[in-house]
Design a binder for this molecule. Structure first.
Ligand code: GTP
Ligand code: MG
Length: 201
């Protein structure tokens, strides 16, 4: 899919403040620092559309980016970031949770996982929660530039084995590097296919 336009529309603290209308949206979630905002920039081929930082906890609001005037990419705050105060963290978790559960326009959530790491409890529990609430999601393995091709496959296979303890299969998954700009076509084509099926309904 070609991205002809990508514009920042709004930052919201709460799902009720998110843009009105019925356009479909695809949101990125995962631990702080996993590379959500960088991935959005890579997909849109813009350097600073979504703000990134080497320090975790950069994105603290629900950010909507309108793509080709037809659908949204949504950058969410990361989870598992302990540096903020307890109250702030509680509010943040509540706001992400409500967005995921109640935002009707949310078509698919992309759960980002750092391809270098062993399966982490916080991600597995989060996906369990998605499953128990029937939220459709995919996995995106990020920062693959830090690994060799064989290490990536080994780590993904390891992830599959771990998930098969609780799931029948691994959900659709993608391998990306925002630095090397890999995985872009695959991810965008996936979204395009869903968008197409939605307009046929
Ligand atoms: P929060 O907003 O804090 O939740 O973080 P985030 O998930 O949005 O991460 P962000 O995109 O801000 O990136 C965090 C750090 O990881 C930055 O230093 C990025 O440069 C780096 N990073 C992001 N993507 C990649 C990648 O594909 N490869 C490598 N090597 N580093 C990356
Ligand atoms: Mg971010």
């Amino acid at each position: 899919m070609e991205i002809k336009s990508a514009e920042f529309i709004k930052s919201s603290t709460d799902f009720k403040m998110c843009p009105e209308g019925k356009l479909p949206e695809y949101a990125f979630i995962g631990r702080s620092n996993v590379g959500k905002s960088s991935l959005i920039n890579m997909l849109c081929q813009q350097k600073n559309l979504a703000l990134t930082s080497s320090k975790p906890g950069k994105t603290l609001l629900i950010n909507h980016f309108l793509i080709n005037k037809k659908w949204y990419l949504v950058d969410l705050p990361g989870y598992g970031f302990a540096q903020t105060g307890k109250e702030t963290r509680k509010k943040l978790i509540e706001s992400i949770r409500n967005y995921i559960l109640f935002r009707e326009q949310l078509i698919c959530l992309f759960v980002l996982i750092d391809a270098r790491h062993e399966p982490q409890k916080i991600d597995l529990e989060f996906m369990e929660w998605l499953g128990s609430n029937s939220i459709p999601f995919c996995i995106v393995f990020t920062k693959t530039d830090k690994l060799s091709a064989s290490q990536i496959d080994e780590n993904i296979e390891n992830y599959r084995q771990k998930m098969l303890e609780d799931w029948e299969q691994l959900p659709p998954h993608f391998k990306t590097s925002s630095y090397k700009k890999t995985g872009r076509e695959e991810l965008l084509n996936y979204i395009e296919e869903i968008n197409r099926s939605l307009t046929m309904q």
